[in-house]
Design a protein around this ligand. Structure first.
Ligand SMILES: Cc1cc2nc3c(=O)[nH]c(=O)nc-3n(C[C@H](O)[C@H](O)[C@H](O)COP(=O)(O)OP(=O)(O)OC[C@H]3O[C@@H](n4cnc5c(N)ncnc54)[C@H](O)[C@@H]3O)c2cc1C
Length: 392
């Protein structure tokens, strides 16, 4: 193990906290400092668009670790402090509290920042959703919202639309693509999700964007859409994707391009590693750079980055895993779905609860997805990376 005196971790949520715990579990006995710009102790983000937004769970249910447990492990977490700049050569991080933090090992786990559309200055009621504070603010407004406009029908937008609908609002879900989740799950599943949303009363409009938001007395009233239509909304949620939180790394000397560029060991530079949503690493299985925005990956990569910083030298080659919850449907998947994939049903009846399907790409099974079928999906995992012939 390298003789580090102090390891710094920037980003105090899933990947960062896991990395810190792993360093201790692996026997690192030096100083361990985690910097996080949020004031809350680290928490799980997936419930923010689901049960927490609905009011079924609260912060205590989604907290990752009690602060006392981390203190007990000798992990110092500095909350409400932002890393403003990194100087690689001098191994220094410049902090928003005016301090500097010297390190000899560093793990970057700063996640993502949501994209926003232009909102007229001072106008309220247009939300993005990334943090607990975002979720609590949105939850407060959803309670009184008769009409909700959700812009963007990826995983997040679809979940927010479903939650808002369950809270009793009339919901319009927009996307510039033709179907919800088209980029993530392809045409057939996109159609099934559109049907599911329609069944619950969510109106979906594809190939439609927002031209501009409308407002009155400082409050959003709706939007003029790209096709010229005007729609009314008391609350708007913009869920059009996110960008890696790397602004503090500009000029640091690290290679930044759609995240922190890392090698197969999640190493960005000598004694500098990245993990979670912000890491763009070389996946040895796919033989290309990839970046995942998935909860399971944040934990696994946090562990991997910590172990490799301590000298494990193990390439990080996970099978990507995602899930999303819409109403009473859980869609889960393993692998990577490419745009030209062909879909084959593996079990159950397509579109009916309990089916699984395979995405065939380049003659192989690239991904398997289940719709309320966790057990069957675990079985279907065996087909991943196999030639399509095995499905016959
Ligand atoms: C609403 C929502 C729902 C989701 N649902 C699902 C789901 O159903 N299934 C799934 O697989 N995944 C889901 N995800 C994705 C999953 O939550 C993420 O993949 C995971 O949280 C990534 O963890 P992370 O530690 O890499 O980043 P984050 O959790 O974003 O943590 C990064 C932390 O670093 C902080 N930070 C950023 N910059 C700085 C700085 N300069 N200085 C100090 N601190 C900084 C951030 O504020 C943040 O606290 C969801 C995400 C969201 C937002």
């Amino acid at each position: 193990m390298p003789d580090f005196k102090r390891i710094a971790i920037v980003g105090a949520c899933a990947a960062g906290i896991t990395a810190a715990e792993t360093l201790r579990e692996e026997g690192f006995a030096g100083q361990l400092i985690v910097i996080g710009d949020e004031l809350h102790p680290g928490y799980d983000r997936p419930p923010l668009s689901k049960k927490l937004l609905q009011g079924e769970v609260e912060f205590k249910d989604i907290e990752l670790r009690a602060p006392a447990d981390l203190t007990g492990m000798g992990i110092e977490v500095r909350r409400g402090v932002r890393a403003l700049r990194l100087e690689l050569a001098s191994q220094l991080i410049f902090l928003s509290d005016g301090g500097q933090l010297a390190y000899d090992g560093l793990i970057i786990a700063t996640g993502l920042k949501p994209r926003q559309l232009p909102v007229p200055a001072g106008v309220t009621g247009v939300h993005t959703l990334r943090t607990l504070d975002d979720a609590l603010a949105l939850r407060g407004e959803l309670k009184q919202a008769a009409r909700v406009l959700v812009v963007g029908a990826g995983f997040l937008g679809c979940e927010i639309a479903a939650t808002a609908r369950q809270l009793g609002s009339k919901v319009l879900l927009l996307d510039t693509l033709a179907l919800p989740l088209l980029r993530q799950l392809g045409r057939e599943l996109g159609l099934a999700v559109r049907e599911l949303q329609a069944l619950h009363g969510v109106e979906f409009r594809g190939e439609t964007g927002v031209h501009r938001f409308t407002d009155e007395d400082g409050k959003v009233t709706g939007a003029v859409l790209s096709n010229g239509d005007s729609v009314l909304a008391d609350v708007v949620v913009v869920a059009i994707g996110s960008t890696p939180a790397t602004e503090w790394l500009q000029g640091s000397g690290l290679n930044i391009e759609n995240g922190v560029i890392c090698d197969r060991f999640c190493r960005a530079a000598h004694n500098v590693y990245a993990a979670g949503d912000v890491a763009n690493w070389f996946h040895p299985g796919y033989q290309e750079q990839i970046r995942l925005e998935q909860r399971m990956n944040a934990t696994e990569q946090g562990m991997a980055a910590a172990q490799n910083l301590l000298g494990a030298a193990r390439p990080f080659a996970p099978t990507p895993y995602f899930w999303t919850d819409l109403y009473d449907v859980k869609i889960q998947g393993y692998g990577r779905i490419e745009a030209d994939a062909e879909l084959k049903t593996l079990s159950g009846e397509f579109g009916q609860p309990g089916f699984t399907c395979a995405y065939v790409q380049k003659g192989k099974v690239g991904a398997v997805v289940g719709w309320n079928a966790p057990r069957e999906l675990r079985r279907a995992r065996q087909w991943l990376d196999q030639p399509v012939g095995v499905l016959a």
